[in-house]
Write a protein that binds this ligand. Structure first.
Ligand SMILES: [Cu+2]
Length: 246
């Protein structure tokens, strides 16, 4: 797995490894038993098969052991899920989180930035297509939506994966711990162009993020103009490619 780039990345990995060790050990046991049985009970002249009509003791054992294992996995992963989903805090992101809106559609990600005032749905918001930019060391809250079908917002390096469902706004949060460029991919087969529904996530130093935001606003002329230009370009690109719609 890629080196984690979010605060809860290592915690998510620890659940993976716990499950991998449990299922790995069971896999080895089952395959070993299979091979032993194949050899030991192979066909021999004159030997007749014995028929079993069930064994209560065996059934109890193979029900209770998985039950205990699943309970253990629930217990072992509870803390990290509470941190990721924040269910005990209404599912909200940390209070000082940077708010962003990500709307998926076939086959792109549109990201709305709050602009200098740090608030969405104000005049200085601007939209970028397939470009997610965030500052390091600050929680980011993403209001995730979809315009058409179900997509899945997947940041492998951050161990973040969340379905984007039309008609719903689903909050996602994470805090980056490394600067750099990372992939954002769609992890739900959403049509013919699914394979190219990718974007990049750039993690900036805090000051560089503010600089980037002001450059974007300056480059677009007016704070609100950017979204229209981007949408127009997107439409042109789609028409000229002409392979769309699933
Ligand atoms: Cu998609």
């Amino acid at each position: 797995m890629p080196e984690p780039a979010s605060t809860f990345g290592a915690g998510i990995d620890s659940i993976y490894y716990i499950i991998l060790w449990i299922t790995g050990a069971i896999f080895v046991l089952v395959e070993t038993a299979l091979i032993v049985f194949i050899i030991r009970y192979r066909h021999r002249e004159g030997r007749v098969a014995a028929y079993s009509h069930g064994n209560k003791k065996a059934e109890i054992v193979w029900t209770v052991i998985p039950f205990i294992l699943v309970l253990f996995i629930v217990y072992a992963s509870n803390d990290i899920w509470l941190e990721v989903k924040r269910a005990d805090q209404g599912g909200a992101a940390p209070a000082d989180a940077l708010p962003l809106r990500v709307v998926a559609k076939q086959f792109e990600w549109n990201v709305t930035y709050p602009g200098p005032d740090g608030e969405l749905d104000t005049a200085d918001d601007f939209v970028k297509r397939n470009q997610l930019h965030v500052p390091i060391g600050r929680a980011v809250r993403i209001d995730l939506g979809s315009e058409d079908v179900i997509h899945s917002f997947f940041l492998p390096d951050f161990r973040v994966k969340q379905d984007a469902v039309p008609g719903m706004t689903i909050p996602v949060w994470f805090e980056a711990t490394r600067t750099g460029e990372f992939p954002l991919a769609c992890a739900e087969l959403c049509g013919l162009g699914h394979y190219r529904m990718r974007a990049s996530l750039t993690v900036h130093e805090a000051a560089d993020f503010d600089l980037w935001q002001s450059q974007e606003i300056a480059a677009s002329g007016s704070p609100t103009g950017a979204s229209e230009i981007d949408t127009e370009r997107a439409n042109e690109a789609e028409i000229s490619e002409g392979e769309e719609s699933a």
